[in-house]
Ligand binder design. Sequence first.
Ligand SMILES: Cc1ncc(COP(=O)(O)O)c(C=O)c1O
Length: 361
Amino acid sequence: MAMIHIARPGLGQEEKDAVLAVMDSGMIASGAVVSDFEKAFSTYIGMPCAVACSSGTTALELALRALGIGSGDKVLTTSYSFIASANCAVYVGASPVFTDIDPTSFLMTPAHVRDALEKHPDIKAIIAVHLFGQPCDMEAIMDIAKQRNLLVIEDCAQSHGAMFNGKKAGSFGDAACFSFYPTKNMTTSEGGMVLFKDPEISEKCRLLVSHGMKERYHHEIIGYNYRMTNIAAAIGIEQLKKLLGYNKARQRNAARLNKYIANPLIQTPMISPGCEHVFHQYTIKAQDRPRLAEYLQSKEIGYGIFYPLTIPEQKCYAGMGFETSFPCADTVKEEAISLPVHPALTKEELDRIADAVNSFK
Ligand SMILES: Cc1ncc(COP(=O)(O)O)c(C=O)c1O
């Protein structure tokens, strides 16, 4: 019996050929292939402007900097995500304000946003994290943001191609940030992308991503080297062509697991109204998670614990005065466990996963 891994990036001959073509061209750093990837990706999401960068983390930092969020500003984000969803605020000198999550969708809800704004009326921006492949209620969040004149950044690191009420995640807010890390729904190896509605803000981001340079060695602002390479972009272009098929496979796999997993000790994932979930992760809940994890290991089934701690209780945030009690996130962090759902799984492997979960007592 072979181990079933939690993730497997699907790189084929197309990606290999595209990388070799870039290598043969000699233009392996940032260039025309990056521009082509930016155009293809912004068209796909339906946002007019795109700046490719080195990771999802730098995408978030760039979005905040380009939107003018900085020292002393408050940025609302979720307590339950990968740490980059909050670190980006810290990088720019802003202060994250954390919300709890809905225990079923694992997401920040409009009610959480309203509550936070009552406590912190000076919040300037909201980072809506579409965790595990499922979008937040972006219509309601955008309504609140419009009323209060707040900026909205969508963290789409886990939601390439997901939709809310028929509109792509990443096309609602002022900026959208994507990660192309190998475990994501599509990859460039390491890589990221920021999309913007406003061309002027996007132009500022384009300066920030490459040392503030418009003209070679003329630096308009202090920027960074957060550029994507042509090698990464060449992989991204091929992966984008495959994304729809990958997402459909993830959805089929999740539907099969949902159909066959029947164990009163396990809660399977639910799709929220209006959402097209792209199942970056298939996350179940089990009260006795440590024992389930051990059991899955014994059956050679990979799993992921996303996330064992909320962000504000991470060691690196200790002593910074953040609220650390979030009743739903505090329960979910003990119970959530993600099972393999990636596109490369066979029916037999999916049935092995379901059988293992069903035989857990
Ligand atoms: C929700 C979320 N935001 C941001 C990031 C950061 O992306 P990267 O790892 O490409 O820096 C990740 C990556 O795991 C993520 O899951």
